[in-house]
Design a protein around this ligand. Structure first.
Ligand code: AMP
Length: 468
């Protein structure tokens, strides 16, 4: 019998505080110790006992909370306890992920957490040849992590059959729906046995996800661990009001501060991401882009370089960034604000991982102020404004300028509004490419010693309201 979500049990107690309290198998406990996990995170302490008991679960949690282990550990425990071998061309646990990056990371987590357990893991996603994936599935796989489109491709080619699935995980379900996977998802679920355990994770709980939970989960436990505001509160956030055509200059300037050790820069579009990389390169700053137009090897290379610290700046679009799990991201820069406020929460959650603190800086043009208002409404946080340097506040048509070379006292005046006609020409989704004049400014701008007000964001003392 299914129950309305509103009636579900919402677990608020802190749960168990030791992995050994869960009764996990020694190889799993050893693997967790090897990973350096001392204690379960809140979602792990709340979800693991319920999932081990066989309950369906609806987890409202975003990446960075430890949700992968929350579903992976009980799945490993369950499959390890079964004596049957996985037949050829089938799998026993299926994890659906919206993006390739997230799928790879989930598969990697399963490999880390299984330790010495003889359980096989495979990951399948689009954009790479089918052959090797077909061959992997032919032998039978215990745990399969997949993106929905490629999974259906493989099913249609008879490389895989789903009737033996015991556990289904829908990870980042809200993003799967955002990406238009609803029909693929429905097709996949129709191929699964009715008798199964289903775990759904979503960062947000819009009506569509509530409906999905009601349809696919049976008597689920609901665990809510990180409402957006909680993560958001751990991030030191600021917004700088700056004309769209001056953003590149501002970005190059702040990136000269060595405190910006590992920086994720977000743009709204793929082309925007490429333009930022090109501009930074002109300004002598190395960066890499990660977005949907890049091939899988390119994405992996960019991510690996960023993770290893070879690339200090990674420029990403929202979709490509989902699930990027890189420790020690010092700053998230919203070069363009997202038009979907939830994306802001996902973006800034890339810093402040696993309890650490982090900084998020948003560049907001006049056209983006409505997006900022939506974000503040969602997060219930008024983001402090940090003035742009005076050199960046001159009218867009002004002459090329050099940024000040000496620290100046913090300005307390908001950025002046830009001429209306210019704003109207620059739609919010498509900031104009830099003019030749701007490019010249970018190349000559030298903030060797950064003005104090550009030392983002060490304090919130320069707070003022510049919002319209
Ligand atoms: P996730 O939300 O699953 O993407 O996990 C976010 C990050 O937290 C990953 O880098 C995990 O390795 C890490 N992590 C997960 N669980 C724990 C834990 N219990 N203790 C320490 N780190 C953890």
């Amino acid at each position: 019998m299914r129950r309305a979500l509103a009636d579900l049990l919402i677990l608020k107690d802190p749960g168990l505080s030791n992995f050994s309290d869960f009764g996990l198998l020694p190889p799993i406990l050893d693997a967790l110790a090897a990973e350096g996990y001392d204690n379960p995170t809140p979602i792990q302490s709340q979800a693991i006992p319920q999932v081990l008991a066989g309950r369906d679960l609806c987890g409202i949690a975003q990446t960075g909370t430890g949700k992968t282990a929350a579903f992976a550990l009980p799945i490993l425990q369950r499959l390890a306890g079964e004596t049957t071998r996985t037949p050829r061309g089938t799998c026993r646990a299926l994890v659906l992920s919206p993006t390739r990056e997230l799928a790879s990371q989930i598969a990697q987590s399963f490999r880390s957490y299984r330790g010495r357990l003889p359980l096989s893991t495979a990951v399948v996603f689009g954009g790479v040849p089918l052959g090797p994936q077909q061959r992997q599935l032919a032998a039978g796989v215990d745990i399969l992590v997949a993106t929905p489109g490629r999974l259906l491709d493989l099913i249609d080619r008879r490389a895989l059959e789903l009737s033996g699935i015991r556990v289904l995980v829908l990870d980042e379900a809200d993003r799967m729906l955002d990406l238009g996977f609803i029909h693929a998802l429905k097709r996949i679920v129709r191929l699964l046995p009715k008798q199964r355990q289903t775990l759904l994770f979503s960062a947000t709980m819009p009506k569509t996800i509530a409906a999905l939970s009601e349809e696919y989960l049976t008597d689920p436990v609901k665990v809510v661990v990180t409402p957006p505001a909680t993560t958001v509160e751990r991030v030191d956030q600021t917004v700088t009001f700056v004309p769209a055509e001056r953003k590149r200059e501002l970005l190059a300037t702040i990136l000269r501060d060595p405190d910006f050790a590992r920086v994720l820069v977000f743009t709204r579009t793929k082309h925007g991401a490429d333009r930022v990389v090109r501009h930074l390169s002109q300004a002598g700053i190395d960066s890499a882009a990660i977005h949907g137009n890049k091939s899988q090897p390119q994405r992996e290379r960019a991510l690996a370089g960023f993770r290893a610290g070879h690339t200090r700046v990674l420029v990403a679009t929202d979709i490509a960034s989902r699930g990027i799990d890189v420790e020690g991201v010092s700053h998230v820069v919203n070069f363009e604000l997202p038009n979907v406020p939830e994306d802001y929460v996902h973006r800034i959650g890339r810093t402040a991982r696993a309890g650490a603190a982090g900084s998020a800086i948003s560049f907001c043009s006049d056209e983006e102020k409505p997006y900022l208002r939506d974000i503040e409404k969602l997060t219930r946080v008024a983001i402090p404004a940090l003035p742009a340097p005076a050199a960046l506040r001159i009218a867009a048509s002004g002459p090329p300028v050099r940024l000040p070379e000496r620290p100046s006292p913090p300005s307390t005046r908001p950025a002046p509004a830009q001429p209306r006609s210019r704003r109207q020409r620059n739609g919010p989704r498509r900031p104009n490419p830099a003019s030749a004049g701007n490019r010249q400014r970018n190349e000559t701008a030298d903030a060797g010693s950064l003005p104090a007000f550009l030392r983002f964001p060490r304090g919130k003392s320069t707070v003022h309201s510049a919002r319209s």
